[in-house]
Design a protein around this ligand. Structure first.
Ligand SMILES: NC(=O)c1ccc[n+]([C@@H]2O[C@H](COP(=O)([O-])OP(=O)(O)OC[C@H]3O[C@@H](n4cnc5c(N)ncnc54)[C@H](O)[C@@H]3O)[C@@H](O)[C@H]2O)c1
Ligand SMILES: C[N+](C)(C)CCCC=O
Length: 517
């Protein structure tokens, strides 16, 4: 019941939007409304085939069912986006900006409701879900700010002739999302796409289909043309229909490396540009001259947000040998204090993992780590909360592994769970070489008081998103994306504009035509 007083002022609105949310504590929410959104309304897919159960990770309950969209429904969504694109792309940047600002305002106003939905469907703590929703509306505000200033160049040519460039939208963009940050991923994709004048069809992960439909409703409420942002639900087949659709101009994908490869293959066939935000196994390097408390807090931030299900997590924690014991002792002490349990309770800091198969997979990594010689310094076991309604939830104790070496599976593969591996090192040269010895290149972090060393080391890291003396903060002004197998293209920051627009060059002759013939 802890959230109810906080939700009280919103109750009339919540009751009208999602009747069961107003009554929700963990274990009470159900949703029977359609989960597709097309042409400004929730709809059932015209050719909905397979039905998928949607779970509440905190309890293991089925809370909704989605119908996977087939080829016809995908086509209707794309046609709806195409129609909206005709109108939206003709607006000025300032006009588009106003709609995005209004959407950001509505998200702020409904922060608690959306964060609650996210927590119920994803399993992350309400504390974190609120931060995700804040980052989401900030993304809309940021691109609303840029929309009015998107412009080309004027270039003088001989004899008074000149050229100019126009920054134009691409058309209908497809967004495909992962389940760890459902609402935030949709905002990171839709905000720059819409600011540039595109329309979007978004497919969330079938594990977390719920909150993105709220985003679609909010865009409509904010004054976007009907069809500007559509949602189709489904898994592999629905994603493939989207990627292969001839009227889709661009695909922005967040997910695993193997799926990223398939997306790129499909995009290649249609010569469509792609943005790939893929997985990682990022290094966090802690030098002996770090402020120990900051380094420990940084390592916790780098490993345990969203139950460790974070693409850019710094899961290979390299610690300089002089402080290995002191760092390990502190990090274990703090990890043991992380409150695991009901994600809707205010003091919970780690909720439930996304589903049973994923929890089993993470447990498998820990078992294998032990077999390969790693030592469990804390956590790693399944956690069964006392509250009977949480008995079938997907909980585990956050885990710190010591005695790790670079060749262990837990150090090489993305676990996507709350498992930190500690690796000792001696010299700067050695640690840079080991940190880069991975197929991934999403992120990296350095803790040191030596400013020259900090910049030298991040310059040497082969990773797209580097942190000095912090980790996993996400200002929307900063570009985010990977090197190597972690993908390419950028979300956030001005850089994302490049990936949602194209440049037209216009050459203007002011004199007569001098033919060479
Ligand atoms: N770099 C980032 O920004 C970022 C952010 C979040 C998650 N991730 C990565 O995502 C992975 C976890 O997410 P996941 O399990 O949802 O990934 P996933 O690759 O299994 O699925 C991602 C999305 O792709 C869809 N999909 C699956 N196969 C498809 C196909 N053949 N064609 C079209 N669409 C298809 C899924 O339905 C889902 O919506 C991790 O590897 C994580 O690192 C990366
Ligand atoms: C908001 N974070 C923590 C930087 C995560 C970004 C998305 C990666 O999964």
């Amino acid at each position: 019941m802890l959230l109810l007083p906080r939700l009280q002022p919103l109750l009339p609105r919540l009751c009208s939007l999602l009747p069961s949310l107003a009554m929700s504590t963990t274990g009470t929410f159900t949703l029977h409304q359609p989960l597709n959104y097309r042409a400004g309304a929730r709809v059932q897919p015209v050719d909905g085939g397979q039905s998928e159960e949607v779970y509440e990770p905190a309890t293991g309950r089925v809370i909704s069912k989605l119908l996977c969209s087939g080829e016809k429904e995908v086509d209707l969504a794309v046609q709806s986006a195409k129609a909206a694109f005709k109108v939206w792309s003709q607006l000025s940047g300032m006009e588009r900006s106003r709609v995005l600002l209004e959407a950001a305002r509505i998200i702020r106003e409904q922060r608690e409701e959306i964060a609650t939905l996210e927590t119920i469907n994803n399993g992350k703590s309400i504390f974190e879900a609120r931060v995700d929703i804040d980052i989401s509306w900030q993304s809309l505000e940021y691109y609303a700010g840029l929309a009015g200033s998107l412009a080309g160049e004027h270039i003088q040519l001989p004899g008074g002739s000149f050229g100019y460039t126009r920054r134009e939208p691409l058309g209908v963009c497809v967004g495909i999302g992962a389940w760890n940050y459902p609402f935030q991923i949709a905002c990171w994709k839709s905000a720059p796409a819409l600011a540039c004048g595109n329309a979007m069809v978004f497919k969330p992960s079938p594990f977390t289909p719920i909150s993105v439909v709220r985003l679609a409703e909010i865009f409509t409420e904010a004054g976007a043309p009907k069809g500007l942002f559509n949602v189709v639900q489904g898994g592999v087949a629905t994603g493939q229909f989207l990627c292969q659709h001839p009227d889709v101009a661009k695909i922005s994908f967040t997910g695993s490396v193997p799926t990223g490869v398939k997306i790129m293959e499909m995009a290649a066939k249609g010569i469509k540009p792609v943005t790939l935000e893929l997985g990682g196994k990022s290094p966090l390097i802690i030098f002996s001259d770090s402020v120990l408390e900051n380094a420990v807090n940084g390592a916790l931030m780098a490993n345990f947000l969203t139950q460790g299900e974070v693409c850019c997590n710094g899961t290979r924690v390299f610690v300089q040998r002089e402080i290995l014991d002191a760092f390990t002792k502190e990090v274990v002490k703090h990890t043991q204090k992380i409150k695991v349990g009901d994600p809707l309770l205010e003091d919970t800091r780690m909720g439930a993992l996304i589903n049973r198969p994923h929890l089993d997979r993470v447990q498998g990594f820990i078992k294998q780590a032990k077999e390969q010689g790693a030592k469990v310094l804390c956590g790693g076991d399944l956690y069964v909360p006392d509250d009977p309604k949480l008995k079938n939830g997907y909980y585990m104790q956050p885990c710190v592994l010591g005695n790790c070496t670079d060749d262990m599976t837990c150090v090489k593969e993305e676990i996507f769970g709350p498992v930190m591996s500690i690796l000792p090192f001696d010299t700067e040269e050695e640690v840079v070489e080991r940190a880069n010895n991975t197929k991934f290149g999403l992120a990296g972090g350095v803790f040191t008081r030596d400013i020259q060393k900090a910049h030298r080391v991040v310059a040497a890291l082969k990773a797209g998103m580097c942190f000095i003396n912090n980790y996993n903060i996400s200002p929307v002004e900063l570009p985010f994306g990977g090197y190597k197998a972690s993908g390419f293209g950028r979300e956030n920051g001005r850089a994302a504009i490049e990936y949602y627009s194209q440049l037209k060059t216009v050459c203007v002759e002011m004199g007569d035509v001098e033919s060479v013939f």
